[in-house]
Design a protein around this ligand. Structure first.
Ligand code: BGC
Length: 450
């Protein structure tokens, strides 16, 4: 029998989550508040007044959740550490109980043959550090490196994969430019400073890893490829600005040691001249890069859409998810091959990919049918395979997400999970997509078309 889908030996099939979205108990056992704890408790910031106070109650149910991973046959699980559980003030004093939670989770995973993959920062900055300027304070590079070092010393003997940041673009765009995410600022002048300090901090943590770690470290970017709505020069220029702003603003300083020139056009007066020596810190050798892919954008010039002067054009007659994102799997192929062209032949992982669709109520004992999510998954797994065939050095794929969780300021209504979560009872129910993904994993990819 000839196999249609061949994946490299050792290809890591995984699923991903993040701390604030699933853990709950944000202040338990001596943890300090994070900026998300504050933001979620600020009136008007969260859909339906949802918060991460309970979320999936994973902090207390992590053992049961590892059973869900086992049922899927996951080879790896990507999760993040809540910095202020470990260091309640963000720097200095370690909270042993907070650190112990992650050590217990890691042990539980290893006991079940699941490889842990840790992200050090998935948006939940300690509130105490926000009070000192957060990502606007240059000192954050060593605050972050010190925290990272604490984690490496505690867990590098058991954790083979580390990432510094998850999606710095979202932190800057949502947290500092548009104010839709914590810490909720809307300030064009802050955004470039936040970008720069995020990338300095990532570099400083990678340096700390070279001194204290023995496995692999990388960084995770969300990449949304941009396609011009027409070949008019102004649409092409708008597309270049949109691409530089979302995709190159972070990957370039990390991997090339510079910023793309379009950022000066985007930010205008707010774009500073950064000291040349900073780029020696931002550009550190990485062992891999994680790419989160959800959708693409088709872009046209729009003088009123500031600061980009670029606007997305909705594609009629195409499927869109409940978060309004076009389903476009070819974009994942283009992203992976394009990344290789610009940054060289680095080992890559798809560290997130998934979709929110409306899920019907679940009947007791029944599988929840989610055909649109199955279709999304199938198409994107085929795209991953296509990229591998095209020569991309892709080492693994993580579905977003293991289970329904708090979709940040959109609340619990947007469900990305392979498992359905009833947030009133905390009952987990497999969706058809979970069963589909389990069969893909079991067949090492062969079941993508079944
Ligand atoms: C983030 C996740 C988020 C997902 C869906 C990514 O931007 O890393 O935390 O839930 O996309 O929006």
């Amino acid at each position: 029998m000839t196999r249609r889908y061949r994946f490299p030996d050792g290809f890591l099939w995984g699923a991903a989550t993040s701390a604030y979205q699933i853990e709950g108990s944000p202040l338990a056992d001596g943890a300090g508040p994070s900026i998300w704890q504050r933001f979620a408790h600020t009136p008007g910031m969260m859909a339906d007044g949802d918060t991460g106070d309970v979320a999936c109650d994973h902090y207390r149910r992590y053992r049961d959740d590892v059973q869900l991973m086992r049922a899927l046959g996951l080879k790896s699980y990507r999760f993040s550490v809540n910095w202020s559980r470990v260091l309640p003030e963000g720097t200095g004093r370690i909270n042993p109980k907070g650190l112990d939670f992650y050590a217990r989770l890691v042990d539980e995973l290893l006991e079940h043959g699941i490889t842990p993959n840790i992200t050090l920062f998935h948006w939940d900055l300690p509130a105490a550090l926000d009070d000192r300027g957060g990502w606007l304070n240059r000192d954050i590079a060593h605050w972050f490196a010190d925290y990272a070092e604490t984690m490496f010393k505690a867990l590098d003997d058991r954790v083979p994969y580390w990432s510094t940041l998850n999606e710095p673009w979202v932190v800057v765009d949502g947290g500092y430019l548009h104010g839709t995410l914590a810490p909720g600022h809307r300030n064009l002048y802050e955004a470039p400073l936040a970008t720069h300090n995020l990338m300095r901090a990532s570099g400083a943590a990678i340096q700390a890893y070279r001194a204290h770690g023995r496995n692999q470290i990388g960084v995770v970017f969300n990449i949304e490829p941009k396609y011009a709505a027409s070949d008019r020069e102004e649409d092409l220029a708008a597309t270049r600005r949109a691409h530089a702003y979302m995709n190159q603003q972070f990957a370039d300083p990390a991997l090339l040691g510079s910023y793309p020139p379009e950022l000066a056009e985007v930010y205008g007066d707010a774009w500073p001249d950064f000291p040349e020596e900073d780029f020696r810190l931002t550009r550190q050798p990485v062992d891999f890069v994680g790419i989160n892919y959800y959708t693409r954008a088709v872009v046209r010039h729009d003088a009123t859409a500031l600061p980009l002067r670029a606007a997305p054009v909705r594609q009629p007659q195409r499927t869109h998810t409940e978060t309004g994102w076009e389903v476009y799997a070819q974009g994942l192929v283009d992203t992976l091959t394009g990344f290789r062209e610009r940054y060289g032949d680095l080992p890559l992982y798809v560290t997130e990919n998934g979709s929110a669709f409306y899920d019907p109520p679940v009947a007791e004992g029944a599988v929840l049918e989610d055909p649109l999510r199955v279709d999304y998954l199938r198409k994107h797994l085929a795209a991953v395979h296509q990229a591998i065939e095209a020569g991309v050095n892709l080492k693994g794929y993580y579905a977003w997400s293991l289970m329904d969780n708090l979709e940040w300021s959109l609340g619990f209504a947007k469900r990305f999970g392979l498992y359905h979560v009833d947030f009133a009872t905390q009952k987990r129910t497999p969706k058809r997509s979970a069963m589909f993904y389990a069969s893909v994993i079991e067949s090492h990819g062969e079941a993508i078309d079944e």
